[in-house]
Design a protein around this ligand. Structure first.
Ligand code: SAH
Length: 218
């Protein structure tokens, strides 16, 4: 069964552009993953399709209202039993280890914050796990959600065509981030290290280990 990612967002249109192409796009065509972006405005009941309101207690900006998010999660839950993730800058940091942990679940439901954030009853009432992609503030969670989906989806068996690529990923391999070269063997006077042209796999591995920018597994 395909691994399902359901994203709740006020900008559903931008997900197709990213996940319609490349490794994840091919995986979707092959039925290995599904990325569904849901418009939070479809879960409003007023004429203006309002998803946000001003914060209680005052202060700048707007806050995403709880009702459309609760209703959207309840609908999506019928086809996706995976954990609920709320992207937030103060959340648990996304690492390769967390991506692997999430890849073991049947799917993910991801809530994208915007403006000044999300009404905190979403976190409490829907038992959401808060995840951050790093210590900086972006204007919305759509890019963080894409980062999370990409990191998790490529760990789904079969998504990355050559499983050898996963083994040499920087954060799973014994060492990673070694310099890579392709043709031509000499460009503007810069030569590809001789050893890489040698075909001697033991020496190549030794060279790569020594040149790796990251030495230990994480
Ligand atoms: N006022 C908030 C920032 C809101 S940014 C604060 O002080 O932190 C708007 C939304 O973008 C957030 O609710 C969150 O969903 C998303 N976002 C911003 N930076 C993020 C990050 N580093 N990781 C994950 N989500 C992030």
């Amino acid at each position: 069964m395909a691994k399902r990612f359901d994203v709740l967002t006020i900008f559903p249109g931008i997900f197709g552009a990213v996940f319609g192409a490349g490794v994840i796009g091919r995986a979707a065509e092959r039925g290995l993953v599904e990325v569904h972006a849901h418009d939070l405005r479809d879960f409003t009941h007023d004429r203006h399709r309002q998803v946000d309101d001003s914060p209680f207690g005052g202060g700048a900006g707007m806050v995403l209202k709880p009702e459309p998010i609760f209703e959207a999660v309840e609908q999506v839950r019928r086809s996706n039993p995976g954990p609920l993730i709320l992207m937030e800058p103060w959340g648990e940091r996304l690492t390769q280890e967390l991506a692997a942990e999430l890849a073991a679940s049947p799917g993910l439901v991801i809530v994208c914050g915007r403006y000044e954030g999300v009404d905190d009853r979403v976190r409490v009432g829907l038992d959401a796990r808060e995840v951050s992609i790093g210590d900086y503030v972006l204007s919305g969670a759509e890019i963080p959600a894409m980062v999370l989906i990409d990191a998790v989806a490529r760990l789904v068996p079969g998504v990355v065509g050559d499983p050898g690529s996963l083994d040499q990923d920087s954060f799973t391999a014994e060492f990673g981030g070694f310099p890579q070269f392709t043709r031509p063997a000499e460009y503007r006077g810069m030569k590809v290290p001789e050893v890489l042209l040698s075909g001697d796999h033991r020496r190549i591995r030794e060279w790569r280990r020594a040149a790796a920018r990251r030495r230990a597994p994480i």
